[in-house]
Design a protein around this ligand. Structure first.
Ligand code: UDX
Length: 430
């Protein structure tokens, strides 16, 4: 079976590398010349644990190829995965220009039976939209369109690819369903087979539900702070209820990343467009946006609103650990707010510094390591739960800081550190 993947972004590249590793011949079409050159040289454009090694291994084996040439590949492909970006517009709608362009390229070139799989996160109706484009050039229906959304988490994409909770196949063709099942056979995981529209909405419902869970526990955390309760214990207890489950109940600075904020907004847009007022998800979106302001207020309270002549150190800038991605990162948003005060802001992140430099004002000092951030700070804020921040030498931290005050927005330490002389603030504990 010959597989073509269009778009070597996060989703496309993981899909291409993992399928090549299953033994398929995979060609990845990438239009960005700079990115393509890097890939051909064996370098991937972002950080994802384990991916680069697997990528190089399969590049060497010749099962994985990169090109910008549609003509040489599309006519000979059995299955084509569309993995292009669908960036959000200001109103929450997904921009489908890339999906349209790629569908046009495919429509001009397919020969023989081809399965076209939409892997990008796309609003409901996109399979039909792709089909309409294909039909214009192919009056004989020699193709099927499948919706096969992904659920890869940054930082654990390989693990998620190899052991997904479920594989969603949305189509109206048994032939296409069989082809997809052949591709995913090595995974041996449960399938949900449904029509295209249901598959499309599953992705949004899935991500929006997780975003809701996070936002819920963040609000409970706020309440806990005002009533002398401990949110971690609340999360543990409610998570033990099998109907709720323990995952995605970690309070923090709010959800970020390239998916949740965008998918939540897109779901709201799709609801409005289809005359359905999605009240819960609208509230989730708003609450998550307001979170940065309330964290900023918390910092103002800690510093007694005095920012002149103080240094605030920030540990972590990515939206979560094990990635270099800073898109929609609450850490970036908070750093931007703090940079408007008179405080001197220093940051360090193990992988996110290059991307953060493109986002943050020049007044922020980018440090080489944790100690440089900690030294002379009167407040240390932990924003991302990187492993290396979990075991800081606290006595040394205390010695280096001007005032030993910690705001731990990921709850990786506990009140215990007050015994060492720290003032300790966290989320959802008093
Ligand atoms: C998410 C989905 O999990 C994945 O299935 C989908 O395909 C892409 O979007 P990702 O964005 O990589 O993956 O990160 P995820 O681990 O889901 O975390 C998203 C955000 O929620 C992060 O900012 C994280 O810090 C936050 N989060 C997550 C919490 O604040 N608390 C939690 O309990 C879990």
């Amino acid at each position: 079976m010959k597989i073509t993947i269009i778009g070597a972004g996060y989703v496309g590249l993981v899909q291409a590398v993992c399928l090549a590793d299953f033994g398929f011949n995979v060609t990845c079409i990438e239009k960005d010349p700079e990115k393509l050159r890097e890939l051909k040289f064996g370098r991937i454009p972002f950080y994802e644990p384990g991916l680069e090694d697997l990528f190089r291994k399969n590049l060497k084996s010749d099962r994985l190829k990169f090109t910008d040439n549609y003509l040489e590949n599309i006519p000979y492909s059995d299955v084509i995965f569309i993995c292009v970006g669908t960036p959000p517009k200001k109103n929450g709608e997904s921009n489908l220009n890339f999906v349209d362009q790629v569908s046009k390229e495919i429509s001009k070139r397919i020969k023989g039976y081809t399965v076209i799989v939409s892997k990008s996160t796309v609003p409901v109706g996109t399979s039909k939209r792709i089909e309409n484009i294909l039909r214009k050039k192919n009056s004989q229906k020699t193709y099927d369109v499948v919706s096969n959304p992904e659920f890869l988490r940054e930082g654990s994409a390989l693990e998620d690819f190899r052991r997904p909770d479920k594989i969603i196949i949305g189509c109206r063709s048994e032939k296409a369903e069989k082809m997809l099942k052949r591709i995913y056979k090595p995974l041996n995981r449960p399938y949900v087979v449904t029509n295209n529209e249901t598959a499309e909405i599953i992705k949004y419902a899935n991500n929006s539900f997780l975003a809701t869970k996070i936002t819920f526990i963040n609000e409970i955390a706020d309440l806990c702070e005002n009533i002398d309760a401990e949110v971690e214990t609340v999360a543990k207890a409610i998570g033990l209820d099998g109907r709720i489950g323990p995952k995605f109940l970690h309070p923090g600075p709010g959800y970020g990343g390239s998916c949740f904020p965008k998918d939540v907004k897109s779901l709201i847009y799709q609801g409005n467009k289809n005359l359905t007022d999605l009240k819960i998800i609208k509230a989730v979106d708003k609450a998550n946006e307001l979170r940065i302001q309330s964290l900023f207020k918390k910092i103002k309270k800690i510093t007694k609103n005095k920012f002149s002549n103080i240094q605030i150190g920030l540990l972590g800038i990515t939206f979560k650990p094990n990635t270099d991605d800073v898109r929609e990162s609450p850490a970036v948003k908070l750093a931007k707010s703090l940079s408007k005060t008179k405080a001197k802001i220093k940051i360090f992140d193990p992988k996110g510094m290059e991307n953060a430099k493109k986002e943050l004002p020049k007044s922020i000092k980018f440090c080489e390591n944790e100690n440089e951030v900690i030294k002379n700070s009167s407040l240390l804020v932990i924003l991302t739960e990187w492993n290396q921040f979990k075991n800081l030498d606290l006595l040394n931290v205390k010695k280096l800081m001007k005032k030993p005050i910690m705001l731990d927005l990921r709850n990786i330490y506990s009140k215990e550190i007050t015994k060492l002389g720290f003032k300790y603030y966290s989320i959802g504990n008093n």
